[in-house]
Design a binder for this molecule. Structure first.
Ligand code: NA7
Length: 537
């Protein structure tokens, strides 16, 4: 057997070449560190490389998703639409990689199978599926929040003779025109696909377990690039001030402080506005107070009834188990109108459960269906799922997947007791899960690079949080869950996934206290010489 080990020790290995990994690599190289990115994919882009299903696009304003750290990139890149489609976002990330000239420090087709902390040498041994082992003093995970797709566990799934796949693995060049298609799942992904393909296929059956509260995206082309670019400083300042890191800030008036007529008028206005304003720019109490939330949910239900011709179908599309915005709100373009297309049928799995997959299609308790294509739009083992796919072993042989089996434990969403020098950049309980990902990740990356620099300057071999810090952070995360109605709903935000053993329950994945508070916590640590960490010389 040839020895494939690469024993040369790097300063940092970053797992993942998506939005987070790209920026982390750039920052580290700028600091003069020897860093490399490894990624299982064949190119950079992360989630925007993998999610190639028809209709995939931003629900965040394009410019609020782009990086803000580099003036040249800001001035050079032009977003064509308010909410860019996936191909454009992938082009953007590719452009950034080349503009920053960091591609030579990236290794593709490198699936990481295991990472083990070598206590004797104070370094991480990262094992790749191709048999190589890389070593580094620091290990940074930029593995994405939604990169471990999960399929349902129906009987005889492999028997289907047509094409079937999870949305994350949408086959390139799949011809779905005039085909009989089934879509299982109506989260943000399913909603985008259904809206995009329903008038191109010969028939579309949507298998829905629980509907989501959706709202109009209202996309439009960006005509005045110069005006947009001139507004960047003000926009980024605004994003810094909001809890969500988006341009939308809640209206600091309770819905009950205004009359019914004023509320209706404001909500009509929000319904006509583009983006997440309807979710994040609403009266502040809509996401805090059940009565306020119920009244607004009823407003949205009325809209659904207006937009869907068949009253029975409209009722099935109105959620009854959770209020508006307590799960991720899918933004849509004529989604509800898709159900007015005679080629589309909504099958409520609460009325007729799927019994099994057949060679021809799907058998429910009521009927046998024939399909050419079955699309599993069934979501992800969110946030911790991608970590569980890597066998991560810390001090004294402790496994991260064991430590996080019931609930993740971190300090600042960035470090874990027992796993020195591991930085879980886009991991559970950090700002990146609870707010607009790219700006959140920029501050986390900046802070982590500063800490690594501090460790290097002070010749510190090992950095991990104290047990007390980890417990404190768990308390902070739990407080956030109690604060908002989002903490109670069964969704990927709260770690719920019926397709993964042990994840059919509430878990503390998200830091709901807002991006500004997380930034304050980070600054308090660095300003005070990292009191929450145990630093080993
Ligand atoms: P989501 O939002 O987790 O949605 C998954 C959907 O799949 C949801 O409607 C689920 O129903 C449904 N599902 C999952 N398992 C099953 C089974 N076993 N049977 C029937 N239906 C099932 O994932 P998405 O990919 O849509 O969106 C993820 C994020 O990507 C999104 O929030 C954006 O941030 C981008 P359920 O509601 O659980 O009853």
């Amino acid at each position: 057997m040839p020895d494939n080990s690469d024993h040369s020790t790097r300063d940092v290995i970053i797992i993942g070449a998506g939005v987070c990994g790209i920026y982390m690599l750039h920052k580290l190289l700028e600091c003069g560190m020897n860093a490399t990115v490894v990624d299982a994919a064949e190119r950079p882009g992360g989630t925007w490389n993998k999610n190639r299903y028809p209709g995939a696009r931003f629900d965040s304003e394009s410019y609020s998703y782009g990086y803000s750290f580099n003036e040249e990139i800001l001035q050079e890149w032009e977003w064509s639409e308010q909410f860019a489609g996936q191909p454009e976002t992938l082009r953007y990330l590719t452009y950034v990689v080349d503009k920053l000239d960091i591609r030579d420090h990236m290794q593709f087709n490198c699936l990481v199978s295991a990472a083990r902390y070598d206590e004797a040498r104070s370094c991480w041994q990262v094992e790749l599926a191709d048999g190589r082992t890389l070593c580094s003093r620091y290990l940074c995970t930029a593995v994405g929040l939604l990169s471990a797709p999960t399929k349902p566990r129906f009987k005889e799934m492999a028997s289907f003779e047509g094409e079937s796949f999870h949305t994350y693995e949408w086959p390139e060049d799949l011809d779905y025109a005039n085909k009989r298609v089934a879509v299982i799942g109506t989260g943000a992904t399913g909603v985008q696909i259904i809206s995009e393909i329903h008038d191109k296929v010969s028939e579309l059956k949507v298998f829905q377990r629980r509907p989501n509260w959706c709202a109009p995206l209202k996309n439009f082309p960006i005509e005045d690039q110069a005006a947009l670019k001139a507004s960047y400083p003000a926009l980024f300042e605004k994003m810094k001030s909001t809890l969500s890191g988006f341009v939308h800030a809640p209206r600091m008036v309770a819905s009950t402080e205004e009359t019914k007529e004023e509320r209706e008028a404001f909500w009509e206005e929000l319904y006509e506005q583009p983006g997440f304003g309807i979710w994040l720019g609403n009266y502040y109490n809509v996401l805090l107070d059940e009565d306020a939330n119920r009244e607004f949910s009823e407003f949205i239900a009325k809209k659904i009834r207006q937009r869907v011709d068949d009253p029975a179908t409209a009722e099935k599309l109105i959620p009854t188990d959770h209020g508006f915005g307590t799960r991720r709100v899918p933004l849509e373009t004529r989604y509800f109108e898709a159900y007015n297309n005679p080629a589309v049928e909504l099958i409520d799995l609460n009325d007729t459960a799927i019994e099994r997959i057949t060679p021809e299609g799907i058998k429910t308790s009521a009927q046998d269906y024939q399909f050419d294509i079955i699309v599993y739009a069934t979501g992800f083992d969110a946030v911790t799922g991608a970590f569980d796919l890597i066998d991560i072993t810390g001090r004294e042989g402790e496994k991260l997947r064991d430590k996080w089996r019931d609930d993740p434990l971190t300090y600042l969403g960035l470090q874990v007791v027992g796993f020195p020098n591991l930085f879980t950049l886009a991991g559970p309980q950090s700002a990146s899960v609870g707010s607009n990902f790219p700006p959140a990740i920029q501050s986390v990356v900046d802070w982590t690079c500063e800490l690594i620099q501090y460790l290097e300057d002070n010749k510190i071999k090992g950095c991990e949080p104290s047990v007390a810090s980890e417990q404190y952070w768990q308390g902070e995360v739990k407080k956030g869950y109690e604060l908002t109605l989002l903490g109670t709903a069964k969704s990927w935000f709260t770690g719920y996934n019926s397709n993964v053993d042990g994840h059919d329950k509430l878990r503390h994945l998200v830091y709901f206290n807002g991006a500004p508070k997380l930034r304050e916590s980070l600054s308090a640590e660095s300003d005070n010489g990292y009191p929450g960490f145990e630093l080993q010389a």
